[in-house]
Write a protein that binds this ligand. Structure first.
Ligand SMILES: Cc1cc2nc3c(=O)[nH]c(=O)nc-3n(C[C@H](O)[C@H](O)[C@H](O)COP(=O)(O)O)c2cc1C
Length: 336
């Protein structure tokens, strides 16, 4: 199957299929320490947040999703216009397709055309790195005038794809080389199976500026690939580290100057607040965004984000915290 058709299938399955993990993110293990005396005005609460030296209106990164087929133009256009107007960072989907078929570049370029000042991250798979030249990487960055490069690690997804990659060697050394050579920061993410503390420590040591955990509890890429497969193997559908376990392990590393994004099953503002309490600098979401865009376009995305922002402000008020950056573990109670 061509990359173009695969990308199309991914979007439609994530919008209408049952592709979520059975296991949960783990956020439900925590309650907030409600503050009956917040002594704060709702209007004074600051929900902005910093990532890679830039201030954004809200601690939400729109995760890398699509590009590389004609239908992706409309999706990337909506996401780009939304992020430009809301001052939110976002990533385009894997740019492998446009390296193989230069005519697909337009579906990525549209992101920069519609978001001239936004923070936009390029995207490529870790296991593709050994085959790519310096010119390939530069082409991916140039097409969207990227502010960062995201490298995604997705061994589970690749193994579940009959046509997927089977060689996962030499990825770390390539990440290390790019961190040294590129002028833009390198961010590394999973795609839903999570990044452990041990792996994050290696990535930070290699020079990754940001690790995005993309943990289990949201989209299961084993389920997505099984929904497309002629001979599905459901044994790995629930394989992955819950998002909260990733956050607990990685925030314990306390690596100075490196940042952490919480993603994988982020479904509402309370998940975002809990993630920030657990040490994340930012949250990110994919599936809720693509659902809103495909079902209701820009309006759907605005409605989803409006509610997220309002509820997040309420949560901060109910904790008596005046800024998103003031959240920490003391505001959480772990259920017994
Ligand atoms: C339709 C769709 C396409 C995706 N394509 C990519 C991709 O090209 N590159 C990537 O790094 N992650 C990709 N992802 C993974 C997401 O960025 C994210 O890490 C993962 O879905 C977990 O987040 P969620 O539970 O909020 O969906 C994709 C996700 C969706 C829903």
């Amino acid at each position: 199957m061509s990359i173009q058709n695969r990308k199309k299938d991914h979007v439609s399955l994530c919008v209408s299929g049952n592709v979520n993990y059975e296991k949960t993110t783990g956020f439900e293990q925590y309650d907030f320490l409600h503050n009956a005396l917040p002594e704060i005005a709702l209007d004074d609460i600051d929900v902005s947040a910093e990532l890679l030296g830039r201030r954004f209106s809200f601690p939400l990164f729109i995760s890398s999703m699509t590009g590389g087929y004609s239908g992706a133009v409309a999706v990337n256009e909506i996401i780009a216009e939304f992020c430009e107007s809301r001052n939110l960072p976002f990533g385009v989907g894997s740019q492998r397709a446009m390296l193989e078929r230069p005519e697909e570049r337009a579906s990525f370029r549209i992101a920069r055309e519609k978001a001239p000042t936004a923070f936009i991250a390029a995207n490529i798979g870790g296991c593709q790195l050994p085959q790519l030249t310096g010119d390939d990487i530069q082409c991916m960055l140039d097409v969207i005038e990227a502010n960062a490069l995201i490298i995604h690690l997705n061994p589970l997804q690749e193994l579940m794809q009959p046509e997927g990659d089977r060689d996962f060697s030499h990825v770390l050394e390539n990440i290390e080389r790019l961190c040294r050579q590129l002028e833009v920061p390198v961010m590394v993410k999973e795609t839903g199976a999570g990044i452990s503390g041990l792996v994050a420590a290696k990535l930070y040591k290699a020079g990754a500026a940001v690790v995005d955990v993309a943990g289990a509890g949201g989209t299961s890429w084993s389920r997505v690939e099984n929904a497309r497969a002629s001979d599905p193997n459901s044994l790995f559908d629930d394989w992955g580290i819950p998002t909260v376990v990733c956050l607990e392990q990685i925030s314990a590393l306390k690596v100075p100057g490196r940042q952490l994004i919480a993603s994988g099953g982020i479904k509402n503002s309370l998940d975002i607040a809990k993630a920030l309490c657990l040490g994340a600098d930012f949250a990110a979401a994919a599936q809720p965004v693509i659902k809103a865009v495909i079902q209701d376009g820009r309006e759907g995305l605005e409605a989803w984000f409006g509610q997220l922002r309002r509820d997040f402000t309420f949560a901060l008020c109910l904790l008596g915290v005046s800024s998103a950056e003031g959240l920490n573990k003391s505001y959480l109670i772990k259920r017994q």
